[in-house]
Design a protein around this ligand. Structure first.
Ligand code: ME8
Length: 530
């Protein structure tokens, strides 16, 4: 296991407001970062905004604003959304910042000097919404963008090109030597079969048909193509090529740091093919892992800003709270697979998993502590009832399953292991029947042990939920009155550490949602954007 982690999301385009798909990626990245920190690792988490390009120039003009004014306003919304979702990023990079633009110019110059980049002529197809160039073969007879399915336009202009072919063999060797680089692994074959085998063309890395970009220093009528500009954010944010490369050395170059990019399947090609090539050309280390998540669909079609079929996360968080939204995102669509946003499933998850299972377990437990022990959590006395050992060993196994899953970024699966702890603990109440034990004075010790086991099981589940339930995890521990000094991750291995304190007042963690009303509310949000 590496000592520290560098974890990134894509830097999103501030061409329009962010939607639930962006929130999905950033929230799940945040869950991973919080988990690593909870386990005591240093973790540097970067997100940001990709502010250049033709689309932004066009949208700004349509809004009667300068591109900078336009992106400034939209990026304000990014900050607000990430605050609302309690995203714990350490930095936020904007590609219009000088710390980025200057280094991109230096990188371009270096590549030019090394003959990795040359001046040529671009003739091809361009998809404006995706900011992507395509070849004749890729757009097919209908001239459709292979990524988004929209029509592309013919484009011819003088342009700089990156010599992709110089690096193809090295890339394939890198894939072979690093089988864990692309997750899920199937993405590697997709890259090889769809893009590399048919013959990779040199990549166009500059444009002259618009000006909202970083000028090429040697030839300022060209601006750097958005993907060369955008991908390098992952290193410019760390101070690569600056006077202060301390973070870069610590979180990128040091082999003791694991670098992980998280991104959606729509931009795999850029990250899996060109980014390692750029890094090879610059002579620096490649990331350890790229985790490709699936895309959320809306009524069978990919949600996207330019199509306008999106769900705005703001009203969802405002109405249901940060934890409900984070939980739904992390639990519903298996990280790595495609999935759909569904109002019915949203309500069902919150009601079934959070209100009924977890919330109710806490509520019942505190109720019983009050009723049978005057609010005190009895001390741990080992395995007293015939059911105690089985509960403890179930929890122990679940903890290691949770850890294995999270270390592999199988976030959705990891949460199911916590849910299983909660369900198993609810079952333990049915097995031990505390209300029967309470009627028999000779069973007092057994009853005390049941109460202690419940408190400890909730302590463990709440701790494991913390990377997702950023508010309710602590609230549950507050209600159990777990002393602050006990609230460390290590203590989950120390079953029985909670006990001998008096619980606080029970409060509902997650109110049960009225399915009919709430489904209608969420549907109205979806219709607003239709
Ligand atoms: O591509 N479901 O920015 P972008 C799930 N600026 N995730 C989604 C999604 C959906 N329907 N739609 C978007 C760019 N995403 C470039 C990135 S990085 C160097 C430059 C998420 O605003 C997903 O992570 O189009 C996807 O890869 C990313 O947003 C694309 O965001």
């Amino acid at each position: 296991m590496k000592k520290r982690f560098y974890i990134t999301t894509p830097i999103y385009y501030p061409s329009a407001k962010l939607h639930i798909g962006h929130a999905y990626c950033t929230t799940l990245t945040d869950v991973f970062a919080r988990y690593k920190r909870l386990r005591g690792y240093e973790c540097y988490f970067l997100t940001g905004a990709d502010e250049h390009g033709m689309k932004i120039e066009k949208n700004a003009a349509a809004a009667g604003k300068t591109p900078q004014q336009f992106v400034d306003e939209i990026v304000e919304g990014f900050y607000k959304l990430w605050d609302l979702l309690h995203i714990s990023n350490d930095d936020f990079i904007r590609t219009t910042q000088e710390r980025h633009t200057k280094v991109v110019q230096d990188i371009f110059s270096k590549m030019l000097a090394n003959d990795d980049i040359y001046l040529g002529k671009y003739e091809g197809w361009y998809c404006t919404p995706c900011e992507s160039f395509w070849t004749d073969t890729q757009v097919g007879p209908d001239h459709i963008c292979p990524d988004c399915g929209r029509p592309v336009q013919k484009a011819t202009e003088e342009a700089y090109f990156f010599r992709t072919n110089k690096y193809v063999d090295k890339l394939l060797k890198f894939y072979d030597e690093n089988p864990k680089f692309l997750v899920p692994e199937s993405r590697k074959n997709e890259m090889i079969n769809t893009f590399i085998k048919p013959g990779l063309e040199d990549l166009c890395v500059s444009r002259t048909s618009f000006s909202w970009g970083i000028p090429v220093r040697e030839n300022p009528k060209h601006v750097v193509y958005v993907w060369l500009d955008a991908l390098t954010n992952y290193i410019t944010a760390l101070g690569y090529g600056s006077d202060n490369p301390e973070l870069f050395n610590k979180f990128w170059q040091d082999p003791e740091c694991e670098t992980i990019h998280i991104l959606g399947a729509d931009i795999t090609r850029f990250h899996a093919i060109y980014w390692p090539m750029f890094l090879e050309a610059l002579g620096i280390r490649k990331p350890d892992r790229e985790f490709i998540h699936g895309l959320l669909m809306m009524r069978d079609s990919k949600m996207s800003k330019s199509k306008g079929n999106v769900v705005d996360p703001y009203p969802l968080v405002e109405r249901y709270g940060v934890d409900a939204v984070r939980y739904y995102l992390a639990r519903e669509v298996v990280f790595g697979n495609d999935g759909s946003f569904s109002p019915e499933q949203f309500v069902e998850r919150i009601n079934a998993d959070l209100a009924n299972s977890f919330g109710n377990l806490l509520n019942r437990t505190i109720g019983m502590m009050n009723k049978y022990f005057d609010g005190n959590i009895p001390e741990y006395k080992g395995q007293v009832t015939e059911f105690d050992g089985a509960l403890e060993s179930f929890i122990k196994t679940s903890i290691s399953q949770y850890e294995n899953a999270l270390d592999d970024l199988r976030i959705t699966e990891a949460i199911t292991f916590v849910n299983e702890i909660v369900n198993r603990t609810n079952k333990y109440i049915d097995e031990t029947t505390p209300w029967v034990l309470a009627k028999d004075e000779s069973k007092k010790e057994e009853l005390a042990s049941v109460m202690n086991h419940l408190a400890n099981a909730i302590f463990i589940a709440a701790t494991l939920y913390k990377p997702v339930l950023v508010v309710a995890g602590e609230k549950a521990l507050d209600q159990l009155n777990v002393p602050t000094e006990l609230r460390s991750y290590e203590n989950i291995y120390n079953f029985g550490c909670v006990g001998g304190v008096k619980v606080n007042k029970a409060e509902q963690l997650f109110p049960r949602l009225d399915a009919k009303v709430e489904i209608e509310f969420i549907q109205s949000l979806m219709n607003e954007n239709k």
